[in-house]
Ligand binder design. Structure first.
Ligand SMILES: NC(=O)c1ccc[n+]([C@@H]2O[C@H](COP(=O)([O-])OP(=O)(O)OC[C@H]3O[C@@H](n4cnc5c(N)ncnc54)[C@H](O)[C@@H]3O)[C@@H](O)[C@H]2O)c1
Length: 374
């Protein structure tokens, strides 16, 4: 095994970014994709991404050439024998990912590590059927991988004890913030982010305007309001993530799929990519008179979701706060919101919301045991 070699399988949006991340950190990268055009264009796409960094003065021409020289496109996972870590970023499909790992484990060394960039598939299920399930982890990069500081590191119940320290050591030169995550649906960020959108959508269905809510959150220090964030990512992508989590969590009302989101996705006004979204291309405007109440309601549900996740184990308050700040660009994490608003106020707000909840949302606001004083 060559400790300076990394394998990347799947060279789409995430894969090519992950190639850039490891090659920029000095690793030799062996890259592959099942589609010939993706392989053929990989070097060109990487060169274009590096050229824009050179143009912006963030990278020298010499470094750019050196990074490109470290990347070699190869003919499939079978050519990845030397790698210390092989990370897949192929389509979100369990059998496809399993087939890749079983091809990889036939060629890589016994002390090499397998990793998945999945956003939503359970790592434990991916490990089932492997000869050495203990060396598989989740390494969840965020989009765009070169720019986003956060990587969620997901162990499953049978991850071998030597694996996590070895992953951390391999990731050190990469300079990302690695946060330990439980192997639970949505890991940390994609799960704890749900109320940021969901509670805003609940307010929208109660008759508030998207622009007013975004303005309220901006006034409280958020860089983007919930609707501008949906517009950035795309209502279709947000809907798919919400539906996925709703299914994975057995349809619990904390993961309710709001009709307003379905309608937005169905309308085709998906956000920036279609030129029109909930708010885009307009600006949010000035905050409404009850901006503080809107912020309290959204932050109460963010803190509650984080406290429910914390109770499930495998993470910490600090881990959740850091992941949410880096992954969602929030000015403060859910537990920092709890601290700033005060636990009593948050519990009172949750009780008020639960009391007023329509039948289909009943149970959505029940406080996590962690929040309630013994
Ligand atoms: N796009 C995001 O914002 C994002 C963020 C975090 C994680 N992810 C996860 O990363 C993974 C990839 O997502 P993406 O957005 O880059 O997808 P993408 O569609 O842009 O790219 C997927 C690539 O995988 C290739 N591929 C498909 N089957 C293959 C196989 N059997 N062997 C080799 N290559 C194969 C495809 O040809 C394609 O180039 C998914 O698991 C996704 O959930 C995506």
């Amino acid at each position: 095994m060559d400790p300076t070699a990394i394998g990347v399988i799947g060279l789409g949006t995430m894969g090519i970014g992950i190639v850039q991340v490891f090659a920029s950190a000095g690793y030799q990268v062996l890259a592959t994709d099942s589609q010939a055009p993706a392989c053929a264009s990989a070097n060109h796409r990487l060169a274009a991404a590096l050229a824009s960094r050179v143009q912006a003065g963030k990278l020298t021409e010499t470094d750019s050439i050196a990074i490109l020289s470290r990347v070699r496109v190869v003919d499939g996972p079978a050519r990845m024998a030397p790698v210390a870590l092989a990370i897949e970023a192929v389509v979100e499909d369990l059998p496809v990912k399993r087939a890749i790992f079983s091809a990889l484990e036939r060629v890589i060394a016994p002390d090499s590590i397998l990793a998945s960039n999945t956003s939503s598939l359970p790592i434990a299920q991916m490990a089932e059927g492997l000869a050495c399930p203990g060396r598989l982890v989740g390494l969840h990069f965020f989009n765009p991988a070169p720019a986003m500081k956060l990587v969620e590191l997901v162990a499953h119940a049978d991850t071998a004890p030597w694996v996590l320290p070895q992953v951390r050591a391999l990731m050190k030169p990469v300079g990302k913030t690695l946060i330990d995550c439980p192997d639970r649906p949505g890991f940390i960020v994609n799960r704890c982010a749900r109320p940021f959108y969901g509670e805003a959508l609940a307010l929208l269905e109660e008759g508030r305007s998207a622009a007013a809510m975004d303005a309220a959150m901006l006034a409280a220090g958020y860089r983007l309001g919930p609707f501008s964030l949906i517009d950035l990512v795309g209502a279709d992508i947000n809907l798919a993530a919400t539906e996925g989590l709703n299914r994975a969590m057995g349809g619990h009302p904390r993961y309710h799929v709001f009709a307003a989101l379905r309608a937005q996705a169905a309308s085709g006004n998906l956000g920036r990519k279609t030129g029109k979204g909930f708010v885009f291309p307009d600006q949010p405007g000035s905050p409404p008179g009850d901006a503080d109440a809107i912020v309290l309601r959204i932050e109460a549900t963010l803190a509650n979701e984080a406290a429910w996740l914390l109770a499930e184990g495998g993470t910490t308050r600090e881990g959740i706060d850091t992941a949410m700040k880096l992954g969602l660009n929030l000015p403060r994490g859910p537990f920092e919101c709890l601290e700033a608003q005060g636990t009593d106020r948050i519990i009172a707000e949750l009780a008020r919301l639960e009391g007023a909840a329509p039948a289909h949302l009943r149970g959505r606001y029940l406080p996590a045991p962690e929040l309630v004083p013994a």
